[in-house]
Design a protein around this ligand. Structure first.
Ligand code: RIB
Ligand code: CA
Length: 313
């Protein structure tokens, strides 16, 4: 079967970096048409730079990286240096990238690509705030029906929030954008905290990356050592959730995940709960199902896939 053509929309972030590495290490399954950076974990100048650093680490400097929106649609940017560090890729000291940033704006690239490629052959993988995707849908509504699938990391239901008591970070940063994307009608797969918090970076899993004795393996282990400290302290867990690679793993081995096709709405007004993904898991409303909302993951299978693929780089 031909590899899935995807656009990764991202705010690197150590976990975003692992997602990008997994995609670039899997050419038989995935063709990365481009990587679009968005403001999120850290401001846009850093997320676009980090995306290029990761592409060079993967040995793929020909990958096209685009800078997108530097702020949410209607709100002030909230960042997450407390988790990812000042650079967004804290842990090891990294050299500046030499590969170029594309001149085209990320939103224009998304629109142009969806209009150019045959309809329903391009998958969007947003793993940061949904600003770029929502702006593209607002500016060019004709592209929505041309999207094959949106596979995003964001939201939470049983796991509740990680940036507020009720909201997950990617949705919280730009809830208006999330509302647009969740209501757009494109086929939608959601990897919420309910899944990602079951994919913890335990010691033996990270030791498998160190045991590769490769630059990529060492980097992933060093990034994890840095960014897991926040979640381990907060949750008292034996590792941190490796959020974003769940989206790419789904494209390669969907059987690793289980969920339900349900209605998911985004709260954008309430003061205490804005940014919440209101998931009708028990189908108690008559609201139409609009998302495959994942709940379970085969974590051992996920980490086995990650280790096997990243060892290729
Ligand atoms: O809440 C987790 C999400 O927020 C992940 O995408 C992480 O990279 C941050 O962007
Ligand atoms: Ca992210």
């Amino acid at each position: 079967m031909a590899p899935r053509k995807i656009i990764i929309d991202t705010d690197p972030g150590q976990d975003d970096a692992v997602a990008i590495l997994l995609a670039l290490a899997s050419p038989e399954d995935i063709e990365v048409l481009g990587i679009t950076a968005v403001a999120g974990n850290v401001p846009l100048p850093l997320t676009e730079k980090n995306a290029r650093i990761v592409c060079e680490l993967a040995g793929k400097p020909e990958t096209k990286v685009f800078a997108g929106c530097d702020a949410p649609m209607k709100r002030k940017l909230v960042t997450a240096e407390h988790v990812h560090g000042k650079t967004g890729l804290d842990g090891p000291q990294l050299a500046d990238p030499t590969m170029p940033l594309q001149d085209q704006h990320a939103v224009d690239f998304i629109i142009e690509t969806l209009r150019r490629e045959p309809s329903r052959t391009v998958t969007l993988c947003p793993i940061g705030p949904l600003t770029n995707i929502a702006v593209a849908f607002e500016r060019a509504p004709d592209i929505i029906e041309r999207v094959q699938e949106i596979v995003l990391m964001g939201g939470a239901y049983f796991e509740v929030g990680n940036i507020t008591p009720t909201a997950e970070f990617n949705i919280y940063v730009d809830p208006e954008a999330a509302k647009i994307v969740f209501a757009a009608g494109a086929p939608l797969v959601v990897m919420p905290l309910d899944v990602t918090h079951k994919a913890l970076t335990t010691r033996n899993r990270i030791d498998a990356f160190r045991a590769m004795h490769t630059k990529v393996g060492d980097m992933v282990a060093a990034w994890t050592d840095f960014f897991e400290r926040f979640d381990m302290e907060k949750y008292g867990s034996e590792g941190a959730p490796l959020h974003d690679p769940c989206t790419i793993a789904y494209l390669i081995e969907p059987q690793l995940f289980e969920g339900r096709h349900i209605n998911v709405e985004i709260e954008t007004d309430a003061e205490l709960t804005f940014g919440m993904t209101v998931a009708d898991w028990w189908r108690v409303t008559d609201r139409a199902a609009n998302a495959m909302f994942m709940k379970d993951i085969d974590a051992s299978g996920f980490y086995a896939l990650l280790a096997a693929r990243l060892a290729r780089l």
